[in-house]
Design a protein around this ligand. Structure first.
Ligand code: NCD
Length: 304
């Protein structure tokens, strides 16, 4: 039995297979519409989410399966003091596969150790968000035809943004990837990513504070929101929340084929005037998220 805790749980060739399957689903969704008949997905979300939880649920329904779960810790037995380990043992009796989001880093990993069904990490604190990374990679691969030879800019909250941490981990396995990190001083990438992931693997990276100073060099721009819920101090959040606003003027400095990605939700960091730009693919990303989660459910349930 396999779980998904980190994007690195799959080799790059396993990811290729997963993305091929997702693309096949995109082309011919009908072929897959009953394959999960009689199967149940549990979504256990101890932290708010709209996109990720509904994306999982939509994926399971599109495969002909059913869904049960909870969408916040207060409405689950966690509020009575039940441990994640006990919850997953119970869920294992009710469902065939489970997606867990939790504010504590490592909680889905603890759950997977006690589970008799596949567990998917749907985001753990500021740590990892592997299915968002699968979504990001499928979007890039589908729109650019490759996952190598890119200069990618990651902009915003690089300290707390788990989608950023997962994406960096995943992209370093592809050839000729160069990172440009754009953040205020207070929200730079954590030292463990800098030292253990980038420097250890000799991955080239540069750091900027101003987006205008580097946007023209980018093939991909990954915008992120400032992660309010991970701040200890509201004043600090307010000071930093509008540090970056991608607008038409900045887009005019970018390459004609640069893609703009964002895991969403967006707050102010991308002006709505950018939404109509052909380079803005963040809503397409949402659709790819459903295809890749469908492919993941089929793979973990070994239904193909
Ligand atoms: C991201 C998350 O939860 O980390 N959202 C998502 O899953 N699409 C990004 C965010 O909340 O900023």
């Amino acid at each position: 039995m396999r779980h998904l805790m980190s994007p690195l749980d799959f080799t790059t060739s396993e990811l290729e297979k997963l993305f091929d399957l997702a693309s096949e689903i995109e082309k011919n969704p009908k072929k897959f519409s009953t394959i999960c008949n009689g199967k149940i997905l549990a979504t256990c979300f101890y932290e708010p989410s709209t996109r990720t939880r509904l994306s999982f649920e939509s994926a399971m329904y599109h495969l002909g399966g059913n869904v049960l779960g909870f969408s916040d810790a207060a409405s689950s037995s966690a509020s009575k003091g039940e441990s994640v380990s006990d919850t997953i043992r119970m869920i294992s009796c009710y469902a065939d596969i489970c997606a867990i989001r939790h504010p504590k880093e490592g909680a889905p990993m603890v759950a997977s150790g006690k589970s008799s069904i596949p567990v998917i990490n749907a985001g753990d604190g500021g740590h990892q968000h592997p299915t968002q990374t699968l979504t990001d990679l499928l979007t890039i691969r589908s729109m650019k035809g490759r996952l190598s030879q890119f200069t990618i800019g990651l902009c915003g909250d690089l300290k707390f943004g788990r989608t950023v941490h997962s994406l960096i981990n995943a992209l370093i396995r592809y050839p000729d990837i160069q990172f440009i990190f754009i953040s205020p001083e207070e929200l730079k990438i954590p030292d463990y990513i800098r030292e253990d992931v980038l420097e250890k693997n000799n991955i080239p990276y540069k750091e900027f504070v101003r987006l205008e100073d580097c946007i023209g060099d980018l093939d991909l721009l990954y915008m992120t929101r400032v992660q309010r819920e991970r701040f200890f101090n509201e004043e600090e959040y307010i000071r930093l929340k509008d540090f970056y606003i991608l607008d038409k003027n900045k887009m005019a400095l970018a390459k004609k084929d640069m893609l703009v990605l964002h895991p969403l939700p967006r707050v102010n960091e991308i002006s709505v005037e950018v939404d109509d730009d052909a380079r803005a693919v963040y809503f397409k990303q949402v659709q790819y998220g459903v295809y890749v989660r469908m492919a993941l459910i089929l793979t973990l349930l070994e239904l193909l």
